[in-house]
Design a protein around this ligand. Structure first.
Ligand code: ATP
Length: 216
């Protein structure tokens, strides 16, 4: 049998996408030997205020950020659904498209993972994909409650074990920490600064051309 494809999926608001997202994605893609690392911008995030910058503009910035980077792609499907963007709906669609053998890995930061039990139909996510938590060396994970129980039931220790199944397992993967946040970037623009170290140049140019993040 031919080796099934390994697809990593990173959802987020990407308001804006920054070098922390990109460098972590490239590092994780290499760790997984993934065929593709796909960014999935969220149209209407269920757990936070709808961003001030439009979904189309956030998608455009992701497109600019990944242009010319092999193996990175963007998937705008959540923008087609004029409803709250639930990860479970996206995973069900992707599983249908890729078939039962593909290894699908939903990727998230520790901060997002700690609140996984507030996500719509969160217990079903592992039916469709693995979950990979991008951990920092000092990351604190819950030790009790539903997320801790999910970890205890599904955690595997190595990528090699994870890749033996198409879905259903949880991996904490320590990556190089990049202390960059979209919140800090938006704040910097509001203060009239130019956070050029934190952003790919085409994204920086796009933000300036469209005068994004100038006000609340
Ligand atoms: P904000 O500051 O607006 O909350 P964010 O980058 O945390 O921005 P998203 O754009 O939704 O929010 O992030 C997408 C995913 O990337 C999340 O799972 C988040 O944990 C992760 N992430 C964010 N910043 C970094 C970083 N510097 N390094 C690695 N992962 C990150």
């Amino acid at each position: 049998m031919t080796k099934p494809p390994v697809i990593a999926l990173l959802g987020g608001t990407f308001d804006p996408i920054h070098n922390g997202h990109l460098l972590s994605a490239q590092e994780l893609k290499a760790v997984l030997a993934a065929d593709e690392f796909r960014f999935i911008p969220c149209h209407r995030p269920p757990h936070r205020a709808t961003p001030g910058v439009s979904s189309q503009q956030r998608l455009a910035m992701v497109e600019l950020a990944i242009a010319g980077k092999p193996g990175l792609s963007v998937d705008g499907r959540e923008l087609q659904r004029d409803q709250l963007s639930y990860t479970i709906d996206t995973l069900i669609e992707l599983r249908r498209e890729y078939g039962e053998h593909a290894v699908l890995c939903w990727v998230m930061g520790v901060d997002a993972f700690c609140h996984l039990d507030t996500w719509h139909r969160w217990q079903e996510l592992l039916d469709y994909a693995h979950i990979i938590v991008m951990a920092r060396p000092e990351a604190t994970l819950p030790t009790q409650g539903p997320v801790a129980e999910l970890l205890a039931a599904h955690q595997v220790e190595t990528v090699a074990v994870l890749l033996q199944q198409p879905a259903g397992q949880l991996l904490l993967q320590t990556l190089t920490p990049y202390p960059i946040s979209a919140t800090a970037i938006r704040q910097a623009f509001r203060e009239g600064k130019r956070p050029s170290q934190a952003l790919p140049e085409p994204v920086l140019n796009y933000i300036e051309q469209h005068q994004l993040y100038r006000s609340e």
